[in-house]
Design a protein around this ligand. Structure first.
Ligand SMILES: [Fe+2]
Ligand SMILES: [Fe+2]
Length: 266
């Protein structure tokens, strides 16, 4: 048996130094064998710094994906490159968008990808929501709504294609596979304030392409369990899409990072 902590949307750049120390102490006291993080760790200028800090202080494998905030004031391409370099330099840091399936135990494996809100669920064309992503991430800034729609779909498709390669491989080997991703892959998992997001928010809060691959692949492996961990909406909830496909969405509050859940794995 091993103990694993799941963190999401910890936004460490908004956390005061004393609270950061307390949070790291809480993680240390939890005596976990591994940590899973589902994105929004910090911002482009400091995400590497905080990952290094967590690695140094915790000294256990940290399996993570990035969220939209991790690209703020920077570029998706450059941040991914920097984090991939970190992954290759540090033996305990695993950027799941590149590392392929990782075995936590003989029976439990992990795969993941950042995902991206791909504007396919809800009503993108009528939605008046303008995420900070569309101003603060270089690849999306300056695009009009139509052009941005193509970009959002393309990032969602990229995540889905990656999942299509790694999830079946993991399900061949492990009875249970945890899938780490930042953006809820289903409308049913898109919790906000105790409710499912409406048509206005859903385009910016869900990654349908990723969800389609999850449904299709989980159906092909009815004897295996797929458990998706995600965040992004900061609202917590659970959705059972299939008998063997469960999605947990982690609640979060800026400035107050917590352990979303502790798992004991066989
Ligand atoms: Fe967040
Ligand atoms: Fe987010």
């Amino acid at each position: 048996m091993i103990r694993v902590a799941w963190l999401t949307d910890i936004h460490l750049n908004f956390v005061r130094p004393t609270q950061l120390s307390e949070f790291i102490e809480t993680l240390w006291d939890a005596a976990v064998d591994a940590v899973l993080i589902t994105g929004d760790i910090a911002e482009s200028s400091d995400v590497v710094k905080y990952l290094e800090l967590l690695d140094r202080k915790l000294n256990v494998p940290i399996l993570f994906v990035l969220g939209n905030h991790d690209y703020y004031f920077g570029s998706i391409g450059e941040v991914r490159q920097a984090v991939e370099k970190l992954d290759s330099e540090r033996t305990n840091l695993f950027y799941m968008s590149r590392s392929g399936p990782i075995g936590l135990t003989r029976r439990v494996g992990v795969v993941g990808h950042d995902g991206w809100a791909d504007a396919r669920l809800g009503d993108y064309e009528r939605s008046m929501v303008s995420m900070n992503d569309y101003r603060l991430i270089r690849e999306l800034a300056g695009q009009n709504k139509e052009r941005r729609w193509h970009s959002l779909k393309a990032y969602g498709d990229q995540a889905a294609r990656y999942l299509q390669t790694v999830l079946p491989r993991a399900l061949e080997h492990y009875e249970t596979v945890y899938v780490l991703t930042h953006v809820p892959p289903f409308r049913e998992a898109c919790w906000y304030d105790g409710r499912i997001s409406d048509d206005e928010w859903a385009p910016h809060f869900t990654c349908k392409a990723f969800g389609d691959v999850l449904l299709e692949t989980a159906t092909q492996y009815p004897d295996r369990q797929v458990i998706v961990l995600c965040g992004h909406t900061h609202g917590g909830g659970q959705a059972d899409l299939l008998k063997n496909l469960r999605v947990l969405t982690g609640a979060a509050e800026y400035g107050f990072p917590v352990i979303s859940r502790l798992f004991t794995l066989p």
